[in-house]
Design a binder for this molecule. Structure first.
Ligand SMILES: [Zn+2]
Length: 156
């Protein structure tokens, strides 16, 4: 049997209750089960849920974006950045390495501190989830490894 396609609305907060992200006001998020499209700690809990169900799901950092890796925090001399770039804390940029986004976390004179960890690394997450729809994936979706239609990939 094909895996399920799950569509859900969510509000994501940290343990202190600060809002991180929410699908409210836009399309629900849809994913194909078993493809790693959402974090494993969340998918594990949703597996036992049905359409219409609501649940508060806590996912520790280990099962979400992992712990912060101190080796991804660097001091970079300001001279290594393009001269015309106005640098500020929170600015994100990529290097030659794919899949790593660095964020400027501190500016100390001529030294720029950058952090290549995921912004949510080390953060324990609390999801307020409501399942909107669950259906069986089509053969085409299974072979493509992603969801088609609303909330899915429209072009590939
Ligand atoms: Zn496709």
């Amino acid at each position: 049997m094909n895996p399920r396609v799950v569509s859900f609305h969510y509000t994501l907060k940290d343990k202190e209750g600060n809002l991180i992200d929410s699908s409210e006001g836009s399309h629900p998020l849809s994913y194909l089960e078993g493809t790693g499209q959402i974090i494993s700690g969340l998918e594990d809990e949703i597996k036992s849920m049905n359409s219409g169900d609501k649940k508060i799901i806590s996912v520790d950092a280990d099962k979400a974006y992992g712990q912060k890796n101190p080796e991804l925090v660097f001091d970079v001399p300001k001279s290594q950045f393009p001269e015309d770039e106005v640098l500020s804390v929170g600015m994100m940029f990529q290097t030659d390495e794919p899949d790593t986004v660095y964020t400027i976390t501190e500016i100390k004179g001529e030294t720029i501190i950058v952090d290549g960890n995921h912004p949510l690394a080390g953060v324990d997450l609390v999801f307020d989830v409501q399942i909107v729809n669950i259906r069986t994936a089509t053969d085409e979706e299974v072979s493509h490894g992603h969801v088609h239609g609303e909330g899915g990939h429209h072009h590939h």
